[in-house]
Design a protein around this ligand. Structure first.
Ligand code: ZN
Length: 303
């Protein structure tokens, strides 16, 4: 690592705070067929790719249309029966916790849009409870899967496709999506136009509080941008959002902790969450994820 080396690796300023001083990072991402280096803002800690978005677009588009499903998702999905069972129950536990958290911000019949809904397991819970649900899922296989399985959910392929319908939503959900896009600033500005003036935006992100999380996020996932708590706060406010809620959280036993009897405790919390709907996640200053609930700051509506 070029420890202590501070340099402007790229002309682009920090997307969160506008800072122009960066330090380089020792990790690269090579999943998309090119080595992508990263730089950390010395002011707010936000990590951005050291490559122009226009150059990134080409690799990112090619990756998601050709490799993502068959290489990344397969690689991270072990096929043995035990792993399959674990994934099945883990999905129920995690979407259950997300459902109970997000539901607190909704009223009966609220309209909801999930962007990057993958197999639709989260939106399915809301649809089953009578909420008016839509998704945007550009991945063909996931789009087909959701359209066929969830007939009440309206499925779109892009923000542009939905934007032409002039629809607005009470709640928009982005679960581990923002770190994948090449232009998070423009992306959130587009999303803001799809929110009702009193609507809420729910965002989940990796929290790069530990170097281990950051390395994992850069090397093993097609993630481009990374935030810590302070950087996320600055970023969301700069885009004219009010922060209703922003906190680091973790599973009861995070992969980055090494407490005694971790495996036994993990099984206990997992089963408690599954059978008794206990919260599997909890607020923790060094939690490996961040979750935010944002609303539109009406003083900044021209943003
Ligand atoms: Zn910054």
């Amino acid at each position: 690592m070029n420890s202590g080396l501070q340099e402007d690796l790229d002309k682009g300023d920090c997307i969160s705070c506008g800072g122009s001083t960066f330090e380089s990072l020792p990790y690269k991402n090579d999943l998309m067929g090119v080595d992508i280096s990263f730089k950390r803002c010395c002011s707010c800690g936000t990590i951005c790719p050291a490559m122009e978005p226009t150059a990134l677009d080409e690799y990112v588009t090619r990756y998601y249309t050709t490799k993502y499903h068959d290489s990344f998702l397969q690689r991270t999905s072990k096929k043995d029966i035990l792993s399959k069972c674990y994934r099945f129950f883990a999905r129920i536990v995690s979407t259950g916790c997300e459902y109970r958290f997000i539901k607190k911000f909704l009223t009966e019949g609220s309209s909801m849009l999930e962007i990057g809904a993958s197999d639709g397991s989260l939106i399915e819970r809301f649809s089953n409870k009578g909420f008016d649900c839509s998704i945007i899922e550009p991945d063909e296989k996931f789009h087909k899967q959701v359209s066929e399985k969830l007939v009440k959910v309206q499925a779109y392929r892009s923000i542009e496709e939905l934007g032409s319908r002039k629809r607005k939503f009470d709640m928009i959900v982005l679960v581990h999506v923002l770190e994948h896009v090449t232009r998070p600033t423009l992306f959130l500005k587009d999303i803001k136009r799809l929110l009702r003036t009193d609507g809420k935006l729910y965002i989940e992100l990796p929290n790069i509080v530990h170097e281990g999380i950051l390395k994992d996020s850069i090397v093993d996932h097609p993630h481009l941008y990374h935030w810590n708590l302070d950087g996320a706060k600055i970023f969301f406010k700069s885009l004219g959002f009010n922060i209703e809620h922003l906190e680091p959280y973790s599973t009861r036993i995070s992969p980055y902790d090494r407490p005694r009897f971790a495996s036994i405790r993990k099984i206990y919390y997992f089963l408690a969450a599954f059978f008794f709907m206990k919260d599997y996640y909890f607020i923790k200053s060094n939690g490996h994820m961040l979750r935010a609930v944002l609303s539109i700051n009406s003083a900044n509506e021209n943003e």
